[in-house]
Design a protein around this ligand. Structure first.
Ligand SMILES: [Zn+2]
Length: 90
C-alpha cells in the first residue's frame, strides 16, 4: 500500500533528505508529473503513474521504476490516490 502524502509535505521531506535540491524545482517536477497522472495517462505497461517516483524517473509506474510489485510504505501524492480511488468507484 502507498502511504498518502500531500505535495507540500512531500516536498518538505524531499528537500530535507536532498539539501542540494531546490524546493521550487522539486515542486515543479511533482506538479508536472501529478498533472500528467491526473489527466489519466498511464505507464507504458498500463499501470497508473507513480507521481513521487516519476518526478525523478519519468512517467512510469511503481513497478517499472523500482522493480518491486507492491509498494511497502512508499509515498504517493494524496491527490493522485484520491483520483485513482474515484476512478475505481465508477
Ligand atoms: Zn509500468
Amino acid at each position: 500500500m502507498f502511504e498518502p502524502i500531500s505535495v507540500r509535505a512531500y516536498i518538505y521531506l524531499y528537500v530535507a533528505n536532498n539539501p542540494s535540491e531546490k524546493k521550487q524545482e522539486v515542486e515543479e517536477r511533482i506538479r508536472e508529473t501529478l498533472s500528467v497522472a491526473l489527466s489519466g495517462k498511464k505507464c507504458s505497461c498500463g499501470n497508473p503513474i507513480w507521481v513521487v517516483g516519476g518526478a525523478d524517473a519519468g512517467h512510469y509506474c511503481f513497478t517499472c521504476i523500482t522493480g518491486e510489485t507492491i509498494p511497502k510504505d512508499d509515498y504517493e501524492i494524496d491527490e493522485h490516490l484520491n483520483y485513482l480511488k474515484a476512478q475505481s468507484n465508477t
